[in-house]
Design a protein around this ligand. Structure first.
Ligand code: ST9
Ligand code: ZN
Ligand code: ZN
Length: 339
């Protein structure tokens, strides 16, 4: 069998929400917390995912050591693949399909769906369903990558275990009818396996091999596996690091934070306190193109007539919100530390 049951609270990295380290022997505390958190306290490991994720990262580290033997054009191609697949997540699955922050024409949606398959982060429909759950039920059991369960769980652990029943139960209440009505999204979902294999592995490998005679080994391991793993980790840092480290100028009551390092590696998606406060804003930040190539891309698409109707929080709205929720009511200061 590919799954195994472990006691959730005995996971080595688990820390209590209230700051106490997990103490498996303490029956009273355990029962109390289980009742409070509504957990059956079981997590089911999915061994297939654990093995594949380990193999991917071993391959990616080996790919990293091959960078010095790659042709210059292969390195440029690796960056191009990173940018295209990144936009498939940021401009596509995230800002367009999860949050509807702007409108995209048919050709742009086709490009974004292909770019999204290149990122291999599940199909757009599934990604958006999990992401809407993440915003609506943020940091509860119904949040697929609930950051109160620790760095590892919110980073990658959630992809290695069965989902908490609350994710499925509460997720069923989400309205997904807009995506069900989008032919591009449903086509990508139907043909996901094929489009993912083609875009995430075959195209990145075959282009450098055919066009400039790169070795198949380097072509598969550098723009293929290394680029894929790097981009997965950049994305996951939004769920882990940007829910733990950084300032909270817009809403001090929530955990998501402004993290410049994450913004840089995730094409502009690290302004996470702003984003959770104004999820409808197409720019996910008040600072325009600063550390935010995704916003520049959407603006370019609008200039070309391929996108329209960008939604944006006004400066007045942002200021009013900062004054209302951005400061500690007791000290009157904005802080980056965990409350
Ligand atoms: C990956 C995704 O990496 C990363 C997402 C990150 C999100 C970041 C967001 C941050 C903001 C944006 C920043 C972008 C930055 C980009 C930078 C780029 C440079 N609601 O899942 P199943 C139901 S993927 C409602 O199988 P299990 C539903 O009926 C990596 N219902 O549950 C579903 O059936 P169906 C590669 C829901 O068995 C059924 O339950 N992929 C919901 O517990 C079963 O669902 C992988 O590694 C919901 N939310 O399995 C694969 N969820 O779909 C990982 C579920 O038919 N996934 N239902 O309708 C899996 O193998 C499995 O999902 C599992 C759980 C083992 C994790
Ligand atoms: Zn978040
Ligand atoms: Zn979001």
């Amino acid at each position: 069998t590919e799954t195994q049951t472990i006691s959730h609270h005995q996971a080595p990295t688990t820390k209590r929400r209230n700051g106490h380290a997990a103490s498996p022997g303490n029956g009273v505390l355990d029962t109390e917390l289980k009742a409070k958190e509504g957990r059956g306290a079981k997590m089911q490991l999915v061994w297939r995912n654990i093995v594949l994720m380990c193999l991917l990262h071993v391959g990616a580290v080996y790919g990293f050591t091959l960078i010095t033997s790659a042709r210059a054009l292969t390195l440029v191609w690796t960056a191009v693949c990173y940018a295209i697949s990144g936009l498939g997540i940021t401009a596509g699955a995230h800002r367009l399909w999860s949050h509807r922050t702007y409108k995209a024409s048919f050709p742009l949606r086709v490009f974004l769906a292909l770019a999204n398959s290149m990122a291999f982060q599940n199909d757009v429909y599934e990604w958006a369903r999990d992401h809407r759950s993440h915003h609506k039920y943020s940091e509860t059991d119904a949040d697929p990558h609930n950051a109160t369960q620790g760095f590892f769980f919110s980073h990658v652990g959630w992809l290695l275990v069965r989902k908490h029943p609350e994710v499925v139960a509460k997720g069923k209440k989400l309205d997904m009818s807009d995506l069900e009505a989008d032919a591009v999204v449903m086509f990508q979902r139907r043909h996901y396996l094929l489009s993912m294999l083609l875009m995430c592995f075959l195209v990145p490998t075959l282009v450098p091999w055919w066009l400039w005679g790169e070795s198949l080994e380097v072509a598969y391991l550098v723009p293929g596996l290394f680029r894929y793993a790097l981009q997965l980790n950049a994305t996951w840092l939004v769920n882990s690091a940007a829910h733990m480290w950084g300032n909270r100028p817009y809403d001090i009551r929530i955990n998501p934070r402004e993290n410049r390092f994450v913004s840089f590696s995730a094409l502009g998606e690290g302004f996470h306190n702003y984003h959770h406060t104004f999820p409808f804003d197409y720019s996910t930040s008040e600072f325009g193109w600063r550390l935010n190539p995704t916003t520049a891309f959407i603006d370019l698409m609008c200039a070309l007539g391929l996108a329209s109707e960008r939604k944006k929080a006004t400066p007045e709205m942002v200021l009013a919100r900062m004054q209302r929720t951005g400061k500690d009511p007791n000290t009157g200061t904005s802080t980056g530390s965990k409350s």
